[in-house]
Design a protein around this ligand. Structure first.
Ligand code: ZN
Length: 149
């Protein structure tokens, strides 16, 4: 099908299919999100203990002359492991969402660009042809809609 199209349209169609494949293959990682939720729940549940790790709390405690609570170092390691996991999984998920949105934007812009050129710069035929319908159907098979903006 693509062979009948004008050169720029052929390039655009190929690029749109590429973007579609990229979009299909760029998913949010379920395990990463699961880990993010678990570590968020953990850090929220023990948020009071996390506060004691802040130096400001130690200063306050010494000012108030109360006993400085020392958390078991094993618990401390677990706390920081969860906090680190939360930071890493949140950053990774944020970056992934950002890149998905970027591909989506590119895909949508190019798709609308192709739709707007369907009646003018589509193919190389001189006589009346069925390229427009053929092209729309061809892209439909690739799960790309060129009918509705
Ligand atoms: Zn044609």
């Amino acid at each position: 099908m693509l062979a009948k199209l004008s050169y720029p349209m052929k390039k655009k169609a190929k690029r749109l299919i590429e973007l579609k494949n990229k979009l299909d293959n760029t998913k949010l990682n379920k395990w990463l999100i699961g880990l993010m939720i678990i570590s968020a729940i953990y850090t929220l549940a023990f948020s009071e203990r996390y506060l004691t790790y802040l130096p400001i709390d130690a200063i306050l405690q010494s000012l108030l002359d109360t006993e400085v609570s020392t958390t078991n170092s094993f618990i401390k390691i677990i706390d920081f492991t969860f906090l680190g996991t939360l930071i890493i999984t949140t950053s990774a998920t944020y970056l992934r969402i950002k890149s998905i949105n970027k591909i989506k934007d590119k895909f949508q812009t190019l798709r609308e660009d192709i739709i707007s050129e369907l009646d003018t710069d589509l193919c190389l035929c001189n006589a009346q042809c069925t390229c427009k319908d053929d092209f729309i159907k061809y892209m439909e098979e690739k799960d790309i809609n060129l009918i509705f903006k």
